[in-house]
Design a protein around this ligand. Structure first.
Ligand code: ATP
Ligand code: MG
Length: 393
């Protein structure tokens, strides 16, 4: 039996004249993510995107799994294509296609949508006819219009008649690439991969920046970040990751700045350098995984000091979330188990015993300027390591 995948756009519908652009980007994202599954034709009509496989040997389960992580889709259905656009063909196809589900269900209802008004039967007639047919083939079933175990959907559209059961939930959000580009500051922790996922969900295309301080941080720590980003890229699409050699800068902070300001000065330098990388890569914002009050460097005062180091907007999508809420998302996107692998992050190198929770910007800047980081910042930016991240590597 021929099958098709029908996708329902999400918030795209709200975008008025930009709708075409949004839909084109969504289709391109779908095409990219399905390229290694098989050959597909992707078209759109009547606020639905049609994904048709062009050969029989395609793994549609894999295609659906990938589609479930594409932002911009609220719901999708794997559907049977009736051989002909006739009532007879609908009555013949539905009981066969949904056999397993109908056998297991106790109650059902039929819902029909007829967007091709030339079809000679109206929706209530289609429902009545198909309802009768299903009861004939599966006499154990009863009709329940309010709370059925399964809804048998019939869609009579311009290109054909389709049958599917309860739609699957899409990833929501808006298509990656419609919201501009931003740099995610990524550590190996739980929070920053979740922050990356959340901003990709709002249409942002990501470039990742990771600060590494070998030998204080290990090769394995950086490799863990790559694995985390690969998981994120199943949602966000491929991205470039820059690893910044941060050792000399951290050693200088330790040698020349007041201990209680180590973390805050380090974080300011991270922002400053990330902003430079962002500008070089066409990115217009920074993203961090900070959550208010989670640690000493994430108080209002500390964030004010960090913020001042960059001119770009800084997005902190986790700012009002509890740790458990963040963990729940990290489970959902499958980054949790990787995040908790115990490798040292550069943030835990030279951590002060008593970090300032209420740093005064004036003193922080004075300490930073006195040490003078410009030459080392320049040198580090000349020596970035570039890694290409792709979900399938
Ligand atoms: P995470 O779980 O993401 O590591 P965290 O709770 O450990 O976050 P911090 O270590 O204070 O918090 O870091 C706050 C944010 O700073 C991180 O979410 C991340 O965006 C950024 N950050 C921290 N360490 C690094 C790093 N080594 N490279 C790039 N960004 C980093
Ligand atoms: Mg961290």
């Amino acid at each position: 039996m021929k099958e098709i995948i029908l996708l329902k756009d999400g918030e795209i519908v709200l975008k008025g004249l930009n709708r075409r652009t949004f839909e084109d980007i969504l289709k391109k994202n779908l095409k990219n993510v399905l390229a290694s599954v098989g050959k597909f034709e992707i078209t759109s009509a009547q606020s639905t995107i049609y994904v048709r496989s062009l050969s029989d040997e395609v793994d549609l389960d894999e295609a659906c799994d990938r589609i479930s992580r594409i932002f911009g889709i609220v719901a999708f259905s794997r559907a049977a294509v009736c051989e002909e656009k006739t009532l007879e063909s609908v009555l013949d196809t539905a009981p066969k296609y949904l056999k397993d589900e109908l056998e297991q269900a106790k109650t059902f209802k039929v819902e029909a949508k007829r967007s091709d008004k030339k079809f000679p039967y109206k929706s209530p007639e289609i429902c009545r006819e198909l309802g009768g047919k299903i009861l004939e083939v599966y006499p154990h079933l009863t009709v329940d219009v309010h709370n059925p175990d399964i809804v048998v959907n019939v869609e009579i559209r311009d290109f054909g008649a389709y049958i599917h059961s309860n739609p699957l939930k899409g990833a929501g959000g808006i298509p990656v690439g419609t919201g501009g580009n931003a740099v995610i500051l990524i550590s190996g922790g739980i929070d920053s991969p979740v922050a990356a996922y959340m901003m990709a969900k709002r249409g942002i295309r990501l470039t990742a920046v990771h600060f590494a301080s070998p030998p204080y941080t290990s090769r394995r720590a950086e490799e863990k970040v790559v694995r985390l980003l690969r998981k994120v890229s199943r949602y966000s699409g491929p991205m470039t990751m820059y690893t910044v050699p941060f050792t000399k800068i951290q050693e200088k902070i330790k040698d020349e700045c007041p201990e209680e300001l180590f973390t805050i000065i380090m974080r300011r330098l991270m922002m400053e350098m990330s902003e430079k990388i962002a500008l070089d890569n066409g990115c217009a914002a920074l993203i961090t995984g900070e959550s208010l009050g989670q640690v000493a460097s994430q108080t209002i005062g500390a964030i004010a000091c960090t913020d001042e180091a960059a001119n770009m907007p800084v997005f902190r999508p986790l700012i009002g979330m509890d740790k458990q809420e963040i963990i729940d998302i990290s489970y959902k996107i499958d980054t949790y188990e990787t995040s908790i692998e115990p490798y040292e992050d550069c943030c835990t190198v030279f951590t002060p015993k008593h970090p300032r929770t209420r740093p005064v910007l004036k003193y922080v800047k004075e300490a930073q300027e006195k040490a003078g980081f410009e030459p080392l910042v320049e040198e580090a930016l000349q020596n970035l390591k570039k890694t290409f991240i792709n979900a399938e590597d």
